[in-house]
Design a protein around this ligand. Structure first.
Ligand SMILES: *[C@@H]1O[C@H](CO)[C@@H](O)[C@H](O)[C@H]1NC(C)=O
Ligand SMILES: *[C@@H]1O[C@H](CO)[C@@H](O)[C@H](O)[C@H]1NC(C)=O
Ligand SMILES: *[C@@H]1O[C@H](CO)[C@@H](O)[C@H](O)[C@H]1NC(C)=O
Length: 264
């Protein structure tokens, strides 16, 4: 028993992921709230260059010191991208924050933008330079391959997306508590039906909190046994009826389905 515990602790320490220096304020606040500064240190802002300015378009998260994971639908082959890490307020320079150019983009080969409901909405961004990990920039942990979270498991979606349908985009990173909706429920009629596939994970759908435009590509963070955070989902799509429509939870790419793809 003791040996097992020690081994677990050593492995977690060696991975050095999912364990923020500034732990997030977890709460049951409904509707989204400002995140504690630097408490989701793997959160990235994906930005593209437009007439000399960098614009936030999507979220993402750091999985190695030179790789960021995001959603495939965030990527347009004609654009130039950079990734901003260690940031709380997108509208201001912050010490400890940095911007890194993206050198290579790997979009999942089975992604098809005309068939969003087939899934595979995942892309990897290779950074032009590896970043140094600090107490404000840390790696996300990914779940073991095949992990399925049970219905109602609490997780947090984070991003700089709009707080409500057609609302203003916030400066400050937002977090929202969402409960996982299992595949059986999410794919039932009255919910998403056959639009949702097993390579996706649903969370939310209470009609109050959800991810919204601009959160795309960002992480669904779930606290797991062992005391660390794992990213189980990548924000993929929501309902065109609105950002937090009843029984239309946010739909995420299920990260645990893509561990082999990520590793290769
Ligand atoms: C986080 O929690 C601490 C302690 O409860 C509180 O002082 C702080 O204001 C909270 N920060 C945010 C951004 O909610
Ligand atoms: C974020 O930064 C901008 C620009 O400095 C500032 O105007 C704004 O008040 C900041 N937002 C918050 C919530 O501190
Ligand atoms: C993507 O899906 C569309 C619509 O179903 C199809 O016509 C097209 O051939 C697909 N593209 C690829 C590259 O598979």
């Amino acid at each position: 028993m003791i040996r097992t515990l020690l081994l677990t602790a050593l492995v977690a320490g060696a991975l050095g992921c999912g364990d923020p220096a500034y732990p997030p304020n977890v709460s049951r606040v409904v509707g989204g709230e400002d995140a504690r500064p630097n408490s989701w240190p793997w959160q990235a802002s994906l930005q593209y260059s437009s007439s000399g300015q960098w614009r936030h378009t999507c979220g993402g998260f750091l999985i190695a010191n030179n790789w960021v994971l995001t959603a495939a639908h965030c990527i347009s082959s004609s654009r130039t991208y950079r990734v901003v890490l260690g940031r709380q307020n997108l509208s201001t320079e912050e010490t400890g924050s940095l911007a890194v150019k993206v050198s290579t983009i790997v979009v999942h080969k089975e992604w098809n933008s005309s068939q969003l409901s087939k899934g595979n909405d995942i892309a990897m961004l290779k950074l032009a330079n590896p970043v140094s990990l600090t107490n404000k920039i840390q790696l996300a942990c990914l779940p073991p391959a095949g992990t399925i979270l049970p219905n109602n498991y609490p997780c947090y979606v984070t991003g700089w997306g709009r707080l409500k349908t057609n609302g203003a985009a916030p400066d400050i990173l937002q977090q929202g508590r969402l409960l996982v909706v299992d595949y059986a429920t999410c794919s039932s009629s009255g919910w998403w039906g056959s639009t949702v596939k097993t390579n996706m994970i649903c969370a939310g759908g209470d009609g109050v909190i959800s991810s919204c435009n601009g959160d795309s590509g960002g992480p669904l963070n779930c606290h797991v046994a062992g005391g660390h955070w794992e990213v189980h989902g990548i924000v993929s799509f929501g309902s065109s009826l609105g950002c937090n429509y009843y029984h239309k939870p946010s739909v995420f790419t299920r990260v645990s389905n893509y561990i082999d793809w990520i590793n290769s």
